[in-house]
Structure formats: structure tokens, C-alpha cells
Design a binder for this molecule. Structure first.
Ligand code: NAP
Ligand code: GCO
Length: 267
């Protein structure tokens, strides 16, 4: 089959960080559906165990590892273990991430640094750990889970926007530096997706009405809905497959059109 239309991930090892649930889990499920062997990590053993069981329920034999992606020694040890027990990582999805919604002048430097550590430093650490193996194999795919906040700001998310903006440029720099080794590095920029991370923005109000932010996102999205984590699976399979071998340094926004839309006019 011409590689330009080859979406198969057969014989590929895909590591998705922070993928016990949420967007990471949905992306890993889609990659498995295209033939990849799934490896994932989480900070807590109980979550890794729950994740392995959840993948099993989907008919997926996933390899789970306990690892804090901000800890370089732990990441290097995990990658060595994965290479020994599963195989060299062909596809890395830097998905693990946190957000702290605090007005900037009320945010401690410690909190700011923690968000930068998980959302920006960790993708650097994990990418640095897998790239040598990709170079040896002669190919590799890195997919960084960016955000609309790679492009926009909003109240209370200064650290997150700074991290995701930086992740967009880290994506472009990895693409620039390692494209010569047939490694493609791209980003996926989800819009507003219904996961535990955004649950506070969708809480039903005491009077039974939708959260004001929920109503805001619905009005700003042409699709008129929040995204589902499963909406990100297809784009991830594309960027993980041979079909995207000449796509490099791009951020693929999967946002239902929110960035193209002025917003629903008041009736
Ligand atoms: P989520 O539900 O909060 O899941 C985040 C995952 O990352 C969890 O499994 C979490 O594990 C893991 N994690 C956090 N810190 C970690 C660390 N230091 N080491 C290892 N794992 C860690 O978030 P989500 O909504 O699925 O988001 C996943 C990614 O998409 C994030 O990068 C997020 O910024 C991005 N994103 C989300 C949206 C959205 O609307 N939901 C939109 C754009 C981008 P624990 O449970 O153990 O903490
Ligand atoms: C927020 C949301 C967003 C989404 C996502 C949008 O508080 O604004 O959590 O940041 O998570 O990143 O693309």
C-alpha cells in the first residue's frame, strides 16, 4: 500500500503518557484500533491498574507503568524498561497534563512552576528519552497534546497557557531538529473536551441550569457541543501513521470550529 494512505499502526509501539483515562485513554484506544501496541503510564499504581483493566474491557492488552513524567530519572528508567519488555517506542503521545485555574496575581510561583513542569518540561523529558531509539530505528512520531491555549489566553489559566504556548514551539523545534532523522513531531490542539479536567466548567448549577462557562462554550462552538475525547482518536491515528510522513511541526486543531467562529449572535 502506498504509505501516503497507510493509516495502519501494525507492529508499532505507542507510548501515551497519563492515559489511564480521559483524552489519553481515548487516543490510546484509537491507536490500538489501528494496530498499535499500547504502553501508558500514570503516577499512581492504582490508576495504572485501573487503566490496564479499562483497556482490557476494550479488548486491548496495554502495558502500564508507574511514572511521574516530571522526574527525568524515572522517565529514563521507564523508557529502558519499555524497550526491554515491549519494544522501542515508535509513537510518543505527550498527553499527561494538569491545569490550575487561579487568577495570576493570586497564583504562587510554586503552582505556576508545577503546571509548567508537567505540561512543558515533561514533554521535553519524555521526548528526549525516546528520540535516540527512534533515530536508531530510522523513524518516529511525536504527538504533543497542545490546546486552544497554545493560541489564546483567558482569565485564570496563565500557567497553562504559557505551558501550552511553549509546547507548540517545542513541537516545532523537535520537528526542525529531528526531521532529518525521519521523525515527525506534530501537535493536536483539542478544543473544549468533556473530561475530568473540564468537569468544573460543566457543573450543573444549584438551580439546575448549565454552568455559565458551559453555555459560553456551546455558544462559541459551531458544532454547538463540547468535544468528546473520542473526537481526538482519528486525528491521532493520522499523525501517528505513515500517511502523515510529510506533515511536520503542525498543530492540528480539533475544536469543532471554535477558533473560526465569532460566536452565536444573540437571538
Ligand atoms: P485529565 O482528565 O486531567 O487527565 C490527565 C492525565 O494526566 C491523568 O491520567 C493524570 O494522572 C495524568 N498526569 C497528570 N500529571 C502527571 C504526571 N506528573 N505524570 C504522569 N501522569 C500525569 O486531563 P484530560 O482532559 O484528559 O487532558 C489530557 C491532555 O489534554 C492534557 O495535556 C490537557 O492539557 C490536554 N487538553 C485537554 C483539553 C480538555 O478540554 N479536556 C483540551 C485541550 C487540551 P493522575 O490522575 O494520576 O493525575
Ligand atoms: C480552561 C480549559 C481549557 C481546556 C483546553 C482548551 O480552563 O480554559 O480547561 O484550557 O482544557 O485546554 O483547549
Amino acid at each position: 500500500m502506498d504509505s501516503k494512505t497507510n493509516f495502519s499502526l501494525d507492529n508499532k509501539v505507542a507510548l501515551v503518557t497519563g492515559a489511564s483515562y480521559g483524552i489519553g485513554f481515548a487516543i490510546a484506544k484509537a491507536l490500538a484500533g489501528a494496530g498499535a501496541t499500547i504502553v501508558f503510564n500514570d503516577i499512581k499504581q492504582e490508576l495504572v491498574d485501573k487503566g490496564v483493566a479499562a483497556y482490557k474491557e476494550e479488548g486491548i492488552t496495554a502495558y502500564g507503568y508507574v511514572c511521574d513524567v516530571t522526574d527525568e530519572d524515572a522517565v529514563n528508567a521507564m523508557i529502558a524498561k519499555i524497550e526491554q519488555e515491549v519494544g522501542v517506542v515508535d509513537v510518543l503521545v505527550n498527553n499527561a497534563g494538569i491545569i490550575k485555574r487561579i487568577p495570576m496575581i493570586e497564583m504562587s510561583a510554586k503552582d505556576f512552576r508545577q503546571v509548567i513542569d508537567v505540561d512543558l518540561n515533561a514533554p521535553f523529558i519524555v521526548s528526549k528519552a525516546v528520540i535516540p531509539g527512534m533515530i536508531k530505528k530510522g523513524h518516529g512520531k511525536i504527538i504533543n497534546i497542545c490546546s486552544m491555549m497554545s493560541e489564546f489566553g483567558r482569565e485564570t489559566v496563565s500557567a497553562y497557557a504559557a505551558a501550552k504556548g511553549g509546547l507548540k514551539m517545542l513541537t516545532r523545534n523537535i520537528a526542525s531538529e529531528y526531521g532529518q532523522n525521519n521523525i515527525q513531531c506534530n501537535g493536536i490542539g483539542p478544543g473544549y473536551i468533556a473530561t475530568p479536567q473540564t468537569a468544573p466548567l460543566r457543573e450543573v448549577q444549584p438551580d439546575g441550569s448549565r454552568h455559565p462557562f458551559d453555555q459560553f462554550i456551546i455558544s462559541k462552538t459551531p458544532a454547538g457541543r463540547w468535544g468528546e475525547a473520542s473526537d481526538l482518536g482519528g486525528p491521532a491515528v493520522f499523525l501517528a501513521s505513515d500517511a502523515s510522513d510529510f506533515v511536520n511541526g503542525q498543530i492540528l486543531y480539533v475544536d469543532g470550529g471554535i477558533q473560526a467562529y465569532i460566536g452565536k449572535q444573540p437571538s
